[in-house]
Design a protein around this ligand. Structure first.
Ligand code: ATP
Ligand code: MG
Length: 406
């Protein structure tokens, strides 16, 4: 592998490898930008101290103290064009992905700013939604040039543990809070519950995809999927029980690969028996979310499932969630974790009232009760599944690591 490039600045040397930097810093000059940046930082789990008052000059001053974060949002309003360009170039040269804001709405100005090495220029006022979209493009591995989607398989250790509920809410949070273009597919084409839970008409899309997989392309997905909000696309089918749908590995793969190429995140609600029938599909997943209850049977089946998942796909991460946990579970969290020889990623309470109300409204719990413990826990998991870098910040912006002096 090539050595990371070095950038010499004010007598200091910064590695251009940005992996040990803070993930994000924003420099604002007006309240609306501040509010948008604060909202986006909170949604991604980044510290509020990543947001500072002051525009480009403040960002450049801090550059003398430490390398900037991996992503820098900076207000350049009131800066003469040439000065702004020089400052932005200086920031960008450190390897940071720089996004500038300003009030000039002019193509020649935009081009000039872009040539300074920034990733984008946004005309104010900016909203959290605008910033979310820009971040998604920057956060993608491979800089958005290659197909970049991530595939997450959600699977219940046993029936009725809440796997579909988790899949729906995961997809909704990805789309709505993390601005990911998200595809949610109910792979149980006979008895899936996603259409019912989201109060949408089931389509024949999946059935048609398996009949003629060559048709599955971007246009097909657009027509077959139901769009909910700006970023969520759902494929949910309810085929008659006596209709034998021909499914084969290559058809599954065609669908998985098309999803991969067309969505930032694809969430697949997988029936358990698929693990035997569709091994290739499992090999394509980047992550698995296994949903269980705190019972002995769930523990046994979680262990069996984890073992099989590990065989199908050595690279994918497996996140086990305990759901529907009552105040007196059959076995405790500690006993479950001991039996699993690993930790639970989330422990979600049994809350029939809230979950049923969401179902009755045909909306995800994340929409009806945004502050619910389940939603909060899933939001944190989504940040990881989406590959958003963690905030290791303790002391505030630029403050954690001193630059190496040479
Ligand atoms: N944390 C929770 N508290 C209370 N009820 C819940 C919770 N999570 C899910 N439920 C309810 O449990 C039932 C089963 O949920 P869901 O359909 O999501 O499970 P599943 O594992 O997908 O089931 P299946 O095996 O049929 O696919 C539903 O009625 C759902 O509303
Ligand atoms: Mg289900």
């Amino acid at each position: 592998m090539a050595e990371p490039a070095r950038v010499i600045q004010s007598g200091m040397v910064f590695e251009e490898d940005t992996s040990d930097r803070e993930p994000f810093g924003a420099f604002y000059q007006d309240e609306a930008t501040h509010a948008a940046a604060a909202e986006i930082a909170q949604l991604r789990g980044w510290s509020a101290s990543s947001i500072r008052k002051g525009g480009l000059p403040t960002a450049l001053r801090l550059l003398g103290v430490a390398p900037p974060p991996r992503i820098v949002f900076v207000d350049i309003e009131d800066q003469p064009l040439e000065e702004a360009r020089q400052g932005l170039t200086e920031l960008a040269r450190t390897g940071a992905s720089v996004v500038a804001f300003g009030s000039v709405n002019d193509v020649a100005y935009f081009r000039s700013i872009m040539r300074a090495g920034v990733r984008d220029y946004l005309v104010k006022p900016v909203t959290a939604d605008d910033l979310g979209e820009v971040l998604v493009a920057i956060e993608q591995p491979g800089d958005g040039a290659r197909p970049r989607g991530r595939l997450v398989g959600v699977i219940g250790a046993r029936g009725g543990v809440g796997a579909s509920t988790i899949a729906i809410n995961t997809a909704w949070i990805m789309a709505d809070r993390l601005s990911r273009r998200t595809g949610l597919v109910d792979m149980d084409i006979y008895a899936g519950s996603i259409a019912l839970a989201l109060d949408i008409e089931p389509t024949r899309g999946l059935r048609e995809a398996f009949d003629d997989p060559k048709r599955v392309d971007e246009v097909f997905l657009q027509n077959a999927m139901k769009k909910i909000g700006k970023n969520l696309h759902v494929l949910a089918t309810e085929e008659p029980f006596d209709d034998l749908v021909p499914m084969t590995d290559d058809k599954m793969l065609m669908l998985a690969d098309t999803m991969h190429g067309n969505f930032d995140m694809s969430i697949l609600d997988l029936p358990r028996h698929f693990i035997l029938r569709e091994p290739q599909l499992f090999a394509r997943c980047d992550d698995f979310v296994v949903v269980a209850e705190l019972t002995l049977q769930s523990l046994r089946d979680t262990n069996r499932l984890r073992k099989l998942l590990g065989l199908r796909n050595r690279k994918a991460k497996i996140h086990v969630i305990a759901n529907r946990v009552s105040s007196r579970p059959d076995i405790t969290v500690g006993e479950f974790e001991k039996g699993m020889e690993s930790t639970l990623r989330c422990v979600f309470p049994l809350d029939t009232k809230a979950v049923t109300r969401a179902s009755m409204e045909g909306r995800p719990l994340a929409a009806t009760t945004p502050k619910h413990k389940i939603v909060d826990g899933l939001h944190k998991l989504c940040i990881e599944l989406a590959g958003i870098p963690e905030d290791g910040r303790r002391k505030g912006l630029f403050g954690r690591k001193a630059p190496r002096k040479k």
